[in-house]
Design a protein around this ligand. Structure first.
Ligand code: C2E
Ligand code: CA
Ligand code: CA
Length: 744
């Protein structure tokens, strides 16, 4: 194969050629006209316009030859494109480069060739124009000039072809872009619009019609377009549009929006100024339907910030609000009040009426709290049945107390549910501070709340330092008891209970004492708060029951003749449903008869929602023969009906009534009435706190069955009690006898 020369810019040359997209295109009359002119002008049999491709030359126009193309290696034109001017080969048979060329040695038997390169851009030789003869010829300068002229026409035609090509492709591109744009519009729910600011004519893309649900064929006027926005949005929007038209300030705005069909949507709209070629000022912009997105965002926002059940703020938002208010407070001198609200016995509502009722209660309470608090307060549900309110106010106004009281009143109002009037109570702890941190406020309001819960609930209490003192005291007391229990330093002391008729020792009451590590003894007054702590008092009672039964069984073995031992049972103890079983199994363990045990309970066990469980426990114990005494009788709130409704065998008249006997008229009347009541209901009556002979005589005369008090005997340890019980006569009898002899 014969080689052909390659121009130094071959790469760009081929790229330019291919960009023309002219190879293998149909014949065109303009190009044909040029070759015809060449034939005529140069009186040659063959003329060609040849495009020189990578491996071939291809004829865009030809005359006098059948071939549509030849190998590039055969092409004379391969050489022509290597130079700027005209390549003239007068006799190919005499030219080293062409004498063996197939087109020379065979048909069409070229002898003469004159060709000139044609460029598409003035420098890149993509084609040639040539005339060929089968006889040797010469080619004058004049003829060369004419060939150059013709070449310029061909170059012009190529450029025209390129421009036409470009126009075609840009039209196609524009069409494609329009299609893509409309797809983008549809998928992203974005529409484009423009407004001719002078003529006030609007133009809408199809998606704008869709967003507006607008059936019209022409876009509406600006005024009409604005009327799609609800009244509250119009002012904002027109202001933005005016600013944009007048001062060129671009805008972006999110608004509610009502479609032509009356559907509520939300859109984001933007606008900016664009000047047309003729100087017309256009306001152009896009509008995007963001209804779903904003609904989604709102959903997410609600999930993050609001409590899903009640719709008020959640713990997270409350925390943020507190932070914000504490920051703001640093700048002014407002007072922050934190109210912690906890529903009383909410669990019972859930348990007895079901979760649906519980939910109704929580929602109603949330509603009432929101309605009660003022506009400068913020409320949240922190979780479960716990709510909180934060309030900023001017110091010293006492606003928090008032709100607390009002909230209690509102929450206490009956809540209607499924033919029930549910009553729910609440306890509120309040902390007020002008300087404390968020944590301080939380700790203090929690302490205040705890304080309310411990003291009967159903109240609003503002934190004072006393509450911390009480809390610390309770902590110390609880610790003292816990360590005493774990070290085995809990020690029952026994106070004799004397039969006032026979003067005999009939029973003993076990009273808790702690043997301190230094050997001294502490009584309930030293750890009083621990007895008020449910768990702790329950633990005390368990240990005391065990020790009292153990001591009693020993006395019984020794034949001391004590008929019963009395133990105190705290409210939390009695409320535990397994209490009866534990007591009975302990009696069994020590081989004691249930009638040898008396359990002293206080009136408050009958109060509250767990009174049914209490009844079951007491009934079980009573049915087995355990005796039940109502302690501190007369001091509590329980109604007399409890004496009838619960299995009570015995009342213990509180020592507070006994102390004033003889001197205090009302106390005398009360004791008289209480003893009378007990007797008439066939209950055993024990009078406590007998300290003087006068008191003893008095209660004996009124018919109290038993007496208990320092006059008769103080509480003593088990060993002392054993000695006491075996003394004959009993110490108090001896004293009585001494007194009698002294008097005689
Ligand atoms: P309580 O059950 O009313 O016990 C009687 C209290 O009165 C005892 O006080 C006793 O020492 C005291 N006392 C007896 N006679 C007189 C008297 O003539 N004058 C005066 N001023 N006081 C007298 P103590 O042992 O300090 O117990 C106080 C309270 O502690 C008891 O009152 C009871 O409520 C509670 N407590 C004592 N032991 C226990 C226990 O084991 N469990 C529970 N849950 N509470 C207990
Ligand atoms: Ca007692
Ligand atoms: Ca008592």
């Amino acid at each position: 194969m014969m080689a052909f020369p390659i121009p130094p810019n071959e790469h760009q040359r081929l790229a330019a050629l291919h960009r023309l997209k002219i190879l293998n295109t149909e014949c065109t009359p303009e190009f044909d006209a040029v070759v015809n002119m060449a034939i005529a002008m140069f009186d040659a049999p063959i003329a060609l316009i040849s495009f020189v491709d990578r491996n071939a030359q291809w004829f865009k126009a030809k005359q006098g030859i059948e071939l549509a193309s030849t190998k590039r290696s055969d092409a004379f034109c391969s050489h022509t494109i290597m130079q700027e001017g005209v390549l003239v080969v007068e006799d190919a048979t005499k030219d080293q480069r062409f004498c063996n060329n197939d087109l020379v040695t065979a048909a069409p038997h070229i002898r003469f060739y004159a060709g000139i390169p044609v460029s598409s851009d003035g420098e890149t030789h993509v084609a040639t124009l040539c005339v060929i003869d089968t006889k040797p010829r010469t080619f004058s300068d004049e003829q060369q000039r004419m060939l150059i002229e013709l070449r310029n026409i061909v170059a012009g035609l190529i450029q025209a072809h390129a421009i036409a090509n470009e126009a075609k492709s840009s039209e196609r591109n524009a069409r494609q872009r329009r299609k893509l744009l409309s797809q983008v519009e549809r998928m992203s729910k974005i529409g484009a619009w423009s407004l001719d600011t002078q003529r006030l004519v609007t133009e809408w893309s199809p998606q704008v019609y869709v967003i507006h649900e607008y059936d019209g064929t022409e876009p509406p006027s600006l005024e009409q377009a604005i009327s799609f926005y609800p009244e509250h949005e119009r002012g904002r929007l027109t202001q933005k549009i005016n600013m944009c038209i007048e001062y060129g300030v671009p805008y972006e705005i999110e608004c509610d929006f009502i479609t032509a069909k009356g559907n509520q949507r939300r859109v984001r709209s933007s606008g900016e100024i664009e000047h047309g070629e003729d100087g017309t000022k256009f306001l152009i912009g896009i509008v995007k339907d963001i209804t779903e997105q904003s609904q989604q965002e709102e959903k997410l926002w609600r999930a993050a910030h609001l409590d899903s059940l009640t719709g008020i703020a959640n713990r997270h938002s409350f925390h943020a609000e507190m932070q914000e208010r504490i920051r703001a407070r640093k700048c002014d001198s407002t007072e922050l009040a934190l109210l912690m609200i906890d529903l009383d016995d909410f669990k019972d509502i859930n348990d007895s009426l079901g979760h649906v009722a519980g939910d109704v209660v929580l929602r109603t309470v949330a509603e009432r709290i929101s309605e009660t608090i003022s506009h400068n307060a913020f409320c949240a549900r922190l979780g479960g049945d716990e709510f909180a309110v934060v309030l900023s106010s001017t110091p010293g106004r006492g606003a928090a107390d008032e709100i607390g009281a009002k909230l209690l009143e509102e929450i206490n109002r009956p809540i209607r549910f499924d033919r029930h009037d549910i009553r729910v109570g609440a306890s509120i702890g309040i902390a007020v501070s002008t300087s404390g941190s968020e944590d301080d406020l939380f700790v203090r309001s929690d302490l205040a709340l705890y304080h309310v819960k411990q003291n009967g609930r159903g109240a609003a209490v503002t934190y004072t330092p006393d509450i911390t003192v009480a809390f610390e005291a309770k902590k110390r007391a609880v610790l003292m008891i816990k360590s005493a229990i774990s070290d085995g330093r809990l020690e029952p002391h026994y106070q004799p209970i004397i039969d006032l008729k026979s003067q005999k020792l009939r029973g003993v009451e076990a009273l808790v004492r702690v043997r301190n590590t230094d050997g001294t003894l502490s009584g309930p007054s030293d750890f009083w708060p621990a007895l008020g702590e449910p768990q702790c008092s329950r633990e005390i009672d368990e240990v005391m029951l065990e020790l009292a039964l153990r001591d009693f069984s020993l006395w019984k073995l020794c034949g001391l003749g004590i008929e019963f031992v009395s133990v105190n049972a705290s409210t939390s103890c009695i409320r535990s449903s397994s209490y009866a079983d534990r007591v009975l199994s302990k009696l069994d363990e020590y081989g004691l008869d249930p009638s040898e045990l008396k359990i002293e309970v206080v009136e408050s066990v009958f109060l509250g929602s767990e009174s049914n469980d209490v009844r079951a426990v007491l009934e079980r114990l009573s049915a087995e023969g355990v005796r039940i005494a109502l302690d501190d009788f007369g001091t509590g709130y329980a109604s007399l009906s409890h004496l009838r409704d619960y299995p009570i065998n015995c009342i213990k008249i509180d020592k507070s009534f006994v102390s004033g006997l003889g001197q205090n008229g009302s106390n005398t009347a009360i004791v008289q009435a209480l003893i009378g009541l007990g007797r008439s209901m066939k209950l055993e009556v024990i009078t406590e706190g007998i300290e003087t002979q006068g008191q003893l005589d008095f209660v004996s005369a009124l018919g109290s069955d038993f007496g208990q008090g320092y006059l008769l005997a103080r509480p003593m340890d088990a060993q002392a009690l054993a000695q006491y019980a075996t003394a004959s006569p009993l110490p108090h009898q001896a004293r009585d006898e001494r007194a009698l002899t002294a008097n005689a």
